[in-house]
Each structure stands twice: as structure tokens, then as C-alpha cells.
Design a protein. Structure first.
Length: 206
């Protein structure tokens, strides 16, 4: 069975576990997804299953994509992603993958594009400490400080500085599946996951 699915971040809430502890969870709309293509060693050089998620309008897709879906007799999908597998014999084009591939107690890895936060300073971006609030230092408390002193007078590549924060792919590993609603294709995952609200999530068993 394919232990991967494409989902959508709905938001966060809280639930009580069997011991009465309050647990923060992320609500995830997990599928349903449709297998749009099966990659094989003979044809593609590797084994993978390609999933499609969410309906799309034909006019919003390029002609090559529309032709691809029509050839496989599948309605156009907005999001298409591949997941590597070790055996593709159990999969076929058109097969549906639902949230039932996961169960309570599973641990999953969630990948997504993190929330973009624009240009940020070193305190917010790299968790630097503030400079001392001394006399006359009215505007230096959140400054980075000297960059090239204490040795060669140069700035080395990769030095932590202010810059763009977020908007990059992040994977959170080992998140516990708290609940699965098979009928509604909804999962509750313990803790927070990357992505904005309604953002796309790639979920795989950890």
C-alpha cells in the first residue's frame, strides 16, 4: 500500500487525548488523490507513483497537461506530485488513494513550502541576542554588529546576516497521527506543520 498522500492544511485546533491531556493538532485534508501515472524502471529508469490532487479547470492548464489527463481518462488535477516506491505492481492509473492509508498512531513526515515572512533581521531570522541598551545607543539594540573584525578583514561566505525569511521547502519529521476520519478524508496531526492556511502538504509515513 502507498503510505503517501497529498493534502491541504486546514488550520490548527486542540483535542483531548485518552489520558485527558490537551494536545495541539493540525487539521489536514488528506486526499482523495488519484494515481495519474506509474513510473517503471523499463520506461523511466526509476519506480514512483504520481498522484493528482484537487480538481482543476481545463482553461487553467497548458494544452500538454490537458492532453495528458485526457489520454489517461482522468479529470484535470491542480497539483501533481511523485512519490518513490519500491514496488509498483499493486498500482494502476486511475486508482484512488484516500486518508485510510494512515491510521492512528502512525508517524508521518510532512513537507511543504513554509510561510514567507519577507526581509527579516538577524534576531528574528537567526535568533541572535540583542545588543546591550547602553547610553547613546538608541538605534543599535537589534543591529548585527561587526562583520569582518577579529582577524582577516573580510566577510566570509555563508555568514549569518539579515535577509529573506521563509518561503522555502521544509520537512517536519516524526509527527504523530492523532485521528483519521476516513469518510471526510481528514487527519489530525500532532503539532504544527509548515505551509500557510490552505497550503499544499506532502505527507509520507515516517
Amino acid at each position: 500500500m502507498l503510505k503517501s498522500i497529498i493534502g491541504e492544511k486546514v488550520g490548527m485546533t486542540q483535542v483531548f487525548d485518552p489520558k485527558g491531556n490537551l494536545v495541539p493538532v493540525t487539521v489536514v485534508k488528506a486526499g482523495p488523490c488519484v494515481i495519474t501515472e506509474v513510473r517503471t524502471i523499463e520506461k523511466d529508469g526509476y519506480l514512483a507513483v504520481q498522484l493528482g490532487f484537487e480538481e482543476a479547470l481545463e482553461k487553467s492548464l497548458v494544452k500538454s497537461k490537458v492532453g495528458f489527463f485526457k489520454k489517461n481518462s482522468i479529470s484535470p488535477k491542480k497539483i501533481v506530485k511523485e512519490f518513490r516506491v519500491t514496488d509498483v505492481s499493486a498500482f494502476s492509473v486511475g486508482q484512488e488513494i484516500k486518508a485510510s492509508v494512515f491510521k492512528v498512531g502512525d508517524y508521518v513526515n510532512v513537507s511543504a513550502l513554509s510561510k514567507g515572512k519577507g526581509y527579516a533581521g538577524v534576531i528574528k531570522r537567526h535568533n541572535f541576542a540583542m545588543q546591550p541598551v547602553s547610553h547613546g545607543q538608541s538605534d543599535r539594540t537589534r543591529a548585527r554588529g561587526s562583520s569582518g573584525s577579529g582577524g582577516p578583514q573580510k566577510v566570509f561566505k555563508g555568514m549569518k546576516m539579515s535577509g529573506h525569511l521563509g518561503n522555502k521547502y521544509v520537512t517536519i519529521r516524526g509527527l504523530l497521527v492523532v485521528n483519521v476520519d476516513v469518510e471526510k478524508n481528514v487527519m489530525l496531526v500532532k503539532g504544527s506543520v509548515p505551509a500557510v492556511k490552505n497550503g499544499t502538504l506532502l505527507i509520507s509515513k515516517g
